[in-house]
Design a binder for this molecule. Structure first.
Ligand code: IPM
Ligand code: MG
Length: 386
């Protein structure tokens, strides 16, 4: 059965990192009889420039019919002056909402090879493995009313609404408890229940839900404390479940514990496991086009896609193993480069991961030798995608 993956490169470093992820997919296609069709579409600033809006109808349709979506990043200074309702980020938010991708999984895992790349002491972060479960289609990101209005005295006022229905809290809570059952059986629900009624309800619903999961221990933490605990003693966490905005902030913070935000993949899932996969970092326009971005978060997002939407666990393992191998080989992009390691560009990192997958398949000699270089040379978004 051929599955379809929608490829949305987006803006800034998006096209470069997606090209490396596509190389990896092509390699799996060639070597492991992984049947998949890739189709590209526009999103974000690239879509605004080409069509006038950040989420063209064609992209919407493709994402609805695809089995999974792989996205690079959206946004950039070029589009910052546009109205918030038509900015690149709106394309991403609309896609999340339209596809009902309410459950956003952001694993923060420290690769032992990168312990010294973290700004925290190695003993604080070594062995770190946190899963942040972020609610993605509700809360203050989507609440109505919202806007900027002019008051009677002529002063302008900006306003947004933090709102969660019980059912929205319950379904993201279930995601978190189910995941915890397969991990360390600990859920920490992060809220601001001492100030915000909306998250007082959040806490109540999480507490009720915990009764269905007697094996899981549930704790609650205010978001300010959670931010502090993440940098003080991050290994106390197993699964963190939180609102859309708190999850946005805490996941960036957790990312840096692992050495670089360039390492963190994500999965955004609907109720049936269909999903969109993207690195958690942004479009980094300052380094776009310089062959210096880290493609690992995007490549690991492909692994998450194989695991969560395409039921190809073994292939997911292969990718994760290959990432481990290149880190063992001391290859580092600029963001994770430290003394005693070799600095490589985006493409070289992608090629090295492809080569490691090939070596895993063929060993160091024999049939691998020729196919290896052939595979490593494949130039990302090739004609197969047109
Ligand atoms: C993320 C990003 C997005 C968000 C932006 C680009 C809209 O920061 O995925 O974390 O805020 O959700
Ligand atoms: Mg973010």
């Amino acid at each position: 059965m051929t599955r379809k993956i929608a490829i949305l490169s987006g803006d800034g470093i998006g096209p470069e990192i997606i090209a490396e992820a596509v190389k990896v997919i092509h390699c799996l296609q060639r070597e492991y009889d992984f049947q998949v069709e890739l189709e590209e579409a526009l999103v974000g600033g690239a879509a605004i420039d080409a069509t006038g809006g950040p989420l063209p109808q064609k992209t919407r349709e493709l994402c609805q019919q695809a089995d999974a979506v792989l996205l690079g990043a959206v946004g950039g200074t070029k589009w910052e002056s546009l109205d918030i309702a038509i900015r690149p980020e709106k394309g991403l938010l609309d896609l999340r909402a339209e596809m009902a991708l309410f459950s956003n999984l952001r694993p923060a895992i420290l690769y032992p090879q990168l312990a010294s790349a973290s700004t925290l002491k190695p003993e604080v972060v070594s062995g770190l493995n946190i899963m942040i479960v972020r609610e993605l289609t509700g809360g203050i990101y989507f609440g109505q009313p919202r806007g900027i209005r002019t008051l009677a005295n002529g002063e302008r006022e900006g306003f947004n609404t933090l709102v969660y229905a019980e059912s929205e809290i319950r379904r993201i809570g279930r995601s978190a408890f189910e995941i915890a059952m397969k991990r360390g059986k600990k859920v920490c629900s992060v809220d601001k229940a001492n100030v915000l009624e909306c998250t007082e309800l959040w806490r109540e619903v999480m507490t009720e839900l915990a009764k269905d999961y007697p094996e899981v221990s549930l704790s609650h933490m205010y978001v300010d404390n959670a931010a502090m605990q993440l940098v003080r003693a991050p290994k106390q966490f197993d699964v963190i479940v939180t609102t859309n905005m708190f999850g946005d902030i805490l996941s960036d913070c957790a990312a840096m514990l692992t050495g670089s935000i360039g390492m963190l993949p994500s999965a955004s899932l609907d109720a049936n496991g269909k999903g969109m996969y993207e690195p958690i970092h942004g479009s980094a326009p300052d380094i776009a086009g310089q062959d210096s971005a880290n493609p690992i978060a995007t490549i690991l997002s492909v692994a998450m896609m194989l695991r969560y939407s395409l039921n190809e666990t073994k292939l997911a393992d292969k990718i994760e193993k290959a990432v481990n191998t290149v880190l063992d080989e001391k290859l580092r992009t600029a963001d994770i480069h430290t003394e005693g390691t070799r600095k490589v560009g985006t493409e070289e990192m992608g090629d090295a991961i492809v080569a490691a997958i090939m070596r895993d398949m063929w060993g160091d000699a024999g049939g691998g030798a020729s196919t290896d270089s052939q595979c490593a040379r494949s130039s990302g978004l090739s004609n197969e995608l047109d």
